[in-house]
Design a protein around this ligand. Sequence first.
Ligand SMILES: Nc1ncnc2c1ncn2[C@@H]1O[C@H](COP(=O)(O)OP(=O)(O)OP(=O)(O)O)[C@@H](O)[C@H]1O
Ligand SMILES: [Mg+2]
Length: 237
Amino acid sequence: MSLLSVKGLDVAFGGVPVLHGIDLDVEAGSLIAVVGANGAGKTTLLRAISRLAPARTGSISFDGHDIGHLPPYAVARRGLVHVPQGRQIVPGLSVEQNLLVGASNLEGMDSATLDDLLAAEYARFPVLAERRHIPGEALSGGEQQMLAVSRALMMRPRLLILDEPSLGLAPQIVRSIHGTLRQLTSEGMAVLLVEQVAFAALRISDRGYVIQNGRIAMSGAPDQLLQDPALVSHYLG
Ligand SMILES: Nc1ncnc2c1ncn2[C@@H]1O[C@H](COP(=O)(O)OP(=O)(O)OP(=O)(O)O)[C@@H](O)[C@H]1O
Ligand SMILES: [Mg+2]
């Protein structure tokens, strides 16, 4: 059984359809990539999954439960945590305060657990430890993306969904962030990764989906997709 299962998802804004009949599955411990051009509907898909955007029809189930009617905070509490496009670091808060912002509101979270979670994130990204007292917005782009990932991991997700974490970052930093995602899946977490940079994302994934004009145009094994002439011409053409 899939950890996340989306079936027949339609989303429209003000009557204008944006997503059409999306079917998508994420198995526990897997890294699934969704790639597509500017405006294809990637952000809308992730926002619908984490309940930030309303679905018109279709079903979204997570860990065997229908989450299609839950508010976003309840989805996050169940372990489906969204790293938004553009990172959304809270201005005026330090790196450490940014890390604590989501997790400290979780039920049953005590200060000893928060300390352990912080220590784990500082070990994962030592630069965040060095800079823990400076404002989050003063970090470089790559460091801000690390902070956004760590902030989400503080909520102990079972499924982490990320919207274009590589946007605007140097290839070396993209490789490091993608490497972190692979590491997380080897520890049992599932990852749904949305990227415009199709090749880098597909190369590290277990399965990929290509979204075009709000529809899944292709899906399958990364090797197969990377050899598909239509995909290659679309992205390299
Ligand atoms: N809140 C909204 N209201 C109206 N239209 C929207 C809204 N959000 C997105 N859209 C439209 O939906 C379509 C898909 O947008 P979306 O942001 O999901 O694409 P994307 O694949 O994430 O693009 P990008 O790679 O640029 O982030 C676009 O035509 C966009 O203009
Ligand atoms: Mg987007």
